[in-house]
Design a protein around this ligand. Structure first.
Ligand code: SF4
Length: 291
């Protein structure tokens, strides 16, 4: 397979065939993100993608899932996305689900009819790094979208019957915006009402703009228990009608997994008990954490 640079994928795509159709991220500006800083955005040519599909087909039925890499492959033109999905159908007929990272830019520039067309050809899930529901935090993080645009994204994906898996980022507003970040995120999740939400924890990478702000003393990450307060507020303030909520990504100090709304009270009690006990011994140790 033609892999350029380091490849990232969501944890739930661990057993998927990773098909790299773009390199890097077309936005590449989020201040905390170090994934593609040294990898300029490029679309890969069809002959390279097709050669990967031929190679994957020769290996046989290894996985029934395909994940399209890199950072925001949904930004590709409709024509190219259709070509890729048709290529997967033709060469790997056993594939049942195709997933991709997308965001407000890549989803909202497509019509619902176009998204439906992608869905009919197998695009079943879009992973969307919403990060925060507070516009001040989104501006600070240079996320390049607003909370209102995220609601539009959720509506479009729902209408097209594409599963929307949302990622929020604990600590991204720092101590200064912590409360507004958590409250805004809870409120936004209520409006979006996605079927999957994953909370990740900000890891400050030295060579990113966020790392430089921290170095200058202009950004302070909340304490471990401050991050759990954010998690508690997000769960408490969101009203979700049918959501698998998790924080079991390796970046988190407290892994949880719950079905909301039915497990909400139990989840809030469990998070509060850990905060009140103030015992770092029950948290995931630093050496076990990762990006
Ligand atoms: S967080 Fe996502 S959108 Fe932002 S720069 Fe990184 S890959 Fe691109």
């Amino acid at each position: 397979m033609d892999y350029v640079g380091r490849i990232y994928r969501p944890p739930s795509e661990a057993y998927s065939l990773l098909l790299q159709v773009t390199e890097g991220c077309s936005h590449n500006r989020c201040i905390y993100c170090g994934m593609y800083r040294d990898k300029p955005f490029r679309t890969k040519s069809w002959p390279i993608i097709e050669a990967d599909l031929v190679e994957a087909a020769a290996a046989g039925e290894v996985s029934r899932r395909v994940f399209l890499c890199d950072g925001d492959a949904l930004v590709l033109s409709q024509r190219r996305l259709l070509q890729i999905l048709e290529g997967i159908r033709k060469r790997l007929p056993w594939v049942e689900r195709v997933g991709v990272y997308g965001d407000t830019r890549s989803v909202n520039r497509k019509t619902v009819a176009e998204l439906r067309q992608l869905r009919q050809l197998g695009l079943e899930i879009v992973y969307h790094g919403v990060e925060s529901g507070n516009d001040e935090v989104l501006r600070f993080a240079d996320k390049g979208g607003t909370a209102a645009e995220c609601v539009d994204t959720a509506d479009r994906l729902r209408e097209a019957e594409i599963t929307h898996s949302v990622i929020v980022l604990l600590g991204v507003g720092g101590v200064a915006l912590s409360k507004r970040h958590a409250q805004g995120t809870g409120a936004l999740l209520t409006k979006m009402d996605p079927p999957f939400v994953a909370a990740l924890t900000t890891t400050v990478i030295p060579e990113t703009p966020l790392g430089q702000l921290q170095e200058k003393g202009a950004f302070e990450l909340p304490s471990k228990f401050g991050l759990l307060e954010e998690l508690h507020t997000i769960v408490a303030e969101s009203e979700l009608t049918g959501c698998r909520f998790s924080s079991n990504h390796a970046s988190n100090y407290l892994p949880v997994r719950a079905d909301l709304p039915q497990d909400k009270a139990k989840l809030l009690t469990a998070i509060r008990a850990v905060i009140d006990a103030g015992d770092e011994g029950v948290l995931r140790p630093e050496w076990m954490r990762g990006l």
